[in-house]
Ligand binder design. Structure first.
Ligand code: FMN
Length: 521
């Protein structure tokens, strides 16, 4: 090996030092230019008063958004989902050991915390009962026996990328749960994995609209002809944006998405803020019955609850028409539900959270003797076993999740769903960013997450002394109050009596009784 000559080394060093001086000079020049720009501009007070330095404020607050979750936030601190919750889902999705060591990091004294009431004599493993399918739509031509109590909530193809939809569809099939299309119509990717599909009819009726944007019976029949499409869900409202239609930024309206939805390519796609033809509870029933007649499949609706007198009115109307006319299910979404894009005030402050609305709606249906006829689906931050178990004990027949399944796909809560820059490829149509999302690999994770939720909800129910989750009732949960003491949920939300004139429908549709197996619990 020959040593480089002295001249060669010196020339190299000279070049480097020239480059260094040049770079420093450029840096100084940039600072001077920025100083002048900041000093003469009048739009930003911080930059005006602290030229150049003021810019670091914006840089740091942008970087803070990314670094907080790694370095600064405590395990139970972040919103919408804290690290402990996200990590639980990630481990469940990898089918890894999901036990934790040393002790709970959850503050069990904080008001609202649900504490399950363990039985002194928990259910023996050999007495545990496997998850049973539950029938939805007893009066339909083709009712649906839904195998799983935990399912994938609506997220449209458009808000989600192609590989994300493919992974969810395949994963749902592997886990035996349903996948809701969201309001963006049915794509080939929903079908290719073989999952049971719930087709959502949004306010723009994407995928089932005629030229004028009205509901098309012909298109409904085409969609219903797919055996995989098991149910239809009319979207009245969504927790993250009640009273506002879906928003898909133009940058995400690719040629294929435009074709599936029946809209122009590359333009923002904003759905009407409600179904224009539905003005009262009776008209919800009209549309539901029409879709059920055309498709032969169960039909329900999704809503977030604000006022709830209209549900009572709907129950009376159902009895006036006959209980066949009832929706086959109602999905109660939480005011703190997620979305691809929504105005912050709607996201933050409009619509009740499911912790409050689920018991309310369940009780109204119960009073009118419709609790068994209408299946209750519940969604909104129910992504860990204890949340899902809470919903089932409170009155839900099914729980669905959107963001839980996004975490199982690898979501890192970057909060970029509205930007087409999702770093994990889940909510972007940028091919480069999608590369990290392998549908085959992620499908396994989706399925593992679903199965582990079901498994751990079963564990909670056994600890409460019942043989399966749907036997849990409100008395199995206590809610911590402001004074630190817990109160049984059946005291906080006592089951009302059924109006005598409606009691004949009770138990007709096989929800099963919630009789205890242990006389002390
Ligand atoms: C990216 C994204 C897209 C969504 N798209 C829809 C949609 O098309 N229709 C709908 O009814 N809800 C939509 N939602 C709301 C979810 O279905 C769900 O109701 C809500 O996020 C609460 O569940 P979660 O807390 O488990 O996410 C979307 C949510 C997300 C995060």
């Amino acid at each position: 090996m020959t040593m480089p000559s002295y001249d060669f080394v010196m020339t190299g060093l000279q070049l480097l030092s020239t480059l260094f001086v040049f770079a420093v000079g450029l840096g100084v020049l940039a600072v001077v230019v920025l100083f002048i720009i900041d000093s003469i501009q009048t739009k930003d007070a911080v930059r005006k008063n602290y030229p150049v330095l003021g810019r670091f404020r914006y840089l740091f607050s942008m970087l803070g958004e990314f670094f907080r979750q790694y370095f600064f936030a405590m395990d139970r601190e972040e919103m919408p989902f804290n690290r402990a919750e996200r990590e639980w889902v990630h481990r469940a999705a990898q089918d890894k050991d999901n036990t934790v060591a040393f002790g709970s990091t959850k503050n069990l004294n904080s008001p609202g915390t649900a504490i399950f009431v363990n039985c002194p004599f928990p259910t023996l493993d050999e007495d545990a009962v496997e998850m049973q399918p539950m029938q939805i739509g007893p009066y339909c031509k083709i009712p649906y026996n839904a195998p799983s109590f935990f399912n994938i909530s609506g997220m449209s193809y458009g808000a989600l990328s192609t590989p994300a939809v493919r992974a969810l569809s395949k994963g749902a099939h592997m886990a035996g749960c349903w996948m809701n299309t969201g309001e963006g119509g049915l794509s080939p990717y929903h079908l290719e994995g073989g999952a049971d599909i719930v087709f959502q009819i949004g306010t723009a009726k994407y995928g089932v609209r005629d030229e004028a944007g009205n509901l098309s019976d012909e298109k409904l029949k085409e969609i219903a002809a797919h055996e995989q499409v098991r149910m239809f869900e009319l979207k009245m409202s969504q927790g993250a944006k009640p009273g506002k239609g879906g928003i898909l930024p133009g940058i995400k309206v690719t040629p294929q998405i435009a074709k599936i939805r029946g809209i122009p390519e590359g333009q923002d796609s904003t759905s009407p803020n409600r179904h224009p033809e539905i003005n009262n509870p009776g008209e919800i029933l009209d549309v539901i019955n029409h879709v059920r007649e055309v498709t032969g499949k169960p039909v329900g609706f999704k809503t977030v609850i604000g006022s709830f007198g209209w549900i009572e009115e709907m129950c009376k109307e159902i009895h006036a028409r006959g209980i066949e006319a009832a929706p086959d299910f109602i999905t109660i979404d939480s005011g703190d539900g997620g979305t691809g894009a929504a105005p912050m005030p709607l996201m933050d402050n409009v619509g009740l959270v499911v912790k409050e609305s689920l018991p309310l709606v369940s009780d109204i249906l119960h009073k009118y003797g419709l609790r068994d006829r209408i299946r209750l689906v519940s969604s909104g931050k129910l992504i860990t076993p204890s949340e899902v178990a809470w919903a089932i004990a409170t009155g839900a027949d099914f729980v669905t999740s959107a963001r839980g399944f996004m975490f199982s796909l690898g979501c890192i809560q970057a909060l970029k769903c509205n930007k087409n820059t999702c770093p994990t490829g889940i909510t972007t149509h940028n091919k480069r960013l999608q590369k990290g999302l392998n549908p085959e690999d992620k499908a396994i994770k989706v399925a593992a997450y679903c199965k582990n939720i079901v498994h751990e909800v079963q564990i909670i129910s056994h600890s409460c002394g019942v043989t399966r989750p749907r036997l849990m009732g409100r008395k199995h949960v206590r809610i911590v109050q402001d004074n630190g003491k817990s109160v049984p949920m059946d005291e906080l939300y006592p089951r009302p009596d059924i109006f005598p004139e409606y009691s004949r429908h009770r138990g007709l549709f096989g929800s099963g009784s919630k009789k205890p197996t242990c006389r002390w619990c």
